[in-house]
Ligand binder design. Structure first.
Ligand SMILES: Cc1cc2nc3c(=O)[nH]c(=O)nc-3n(C[C@H](O)[C@H](O)[C@H](O)COP(=O)(O)O)c2cc1C
Length: 146
C-alpha cells in the first residue's frame, strides 16, 4: 500500500509528528505551504476565524499527486478548536476513493468541538476515514523558523 503523510505546520510540531509517522510507516512526506506568508498575529486573526468557518486558503502546488497513493495521512494543527485553514485546502485536493488517516496537533490534545464535522467532511469527499486521533503537543502558538 502506497502511503503519504501530507501535513501543514505553522510552529513545527505537526512537522515533527509527520516526520515521525513517515519514518515509522515508510511513507512519503509532503508539506503543504500557504501561498501567502502568515505571521503569528495573522494565525489568530484571521486564521482562527478561517478555521472556524472551514475556509480553504490558497496553498502552493504540491510536489506530488495524491492520486498516486492508496492511503493519505493528513496532519494539521488545531486553531480555535478547528483544523487550521490549510486542512480545508487539502480537502479540496483529496481524490475520492482513498483511505485517509488524520492526526490533529494541539496544545490541549482536544479537537472534540469540531471532530464529528471534520470526519464527515472527509467522508463527503468519497474517502474512507480509517483513523482520526489527537496529538497533544503542549506547544504554545509560535512560528517555525524557516
Ligand atoms: C492561531 C492558533 C490557534 C490555536 N488554537 C488552539 C486551540 O483552540 N486549542 C489548542 O489546544 N491549541 C491551540 N493552538 C495551539 C496549537 O494547536 C499547537 O501549538 C500545535 O501544536 C501547533 O502545531 P504546529 O506547531 O504544527 O503549528 C493554537 C495555535 C495557534 C497558532
Amino acid at each position: 500500500m502506497k502511503t503519504i503523510v501530507v501535513y501543514y505546520t505553522f510552529g513545527g510540531s505537526t512537522k515533527k509528528e509527520a516526520e515521525r509517522i513517515a519514518a515509522e510507516r515508510g511513507a512519503d512526506l509532503c508539506r503543504v505551504k500557504e501561498a501567502k506568508k502568515r505571521g503569528l498575529i495573522a494565525s489568530f486573526i484571521p486564521g482562527g476565524l478561517q478555521a472556524m468557518k472551514r475556509k480553504a486558503v490558497a496553498v502552493l502546488p504540491l510536489d506530488v499527486s495524491l492520486r498516486d497513493y492508496d492511503r493519505i495521512i493528513i496532519g494539521c494543527p488545531v486553531w480555535a478548536g478547528f483544523p487550521a485553514p490549510a486542512f480545508n485546502s487539502v480537502l479540496e485536493l483529496l481524490p475520492a476513493g482513498k483511505e485517509v488517516e488524520l492526526f490533529l496537533c494541539s496544545g490541549s490534545g482536544d479537537s472534540s468541538k469540531s471532530a464529528e464535522e471534520t470526519k464527515t467532511l472527509i467522508e463527503n469527499k468519497g474517502c474512507r476515514l480509517v483513523c482520526c486521533r489527537d496529538v497533544r503537543t503542549y506547544a504554545r502558538p509560535g512560528k517555525i523558523k524557516e
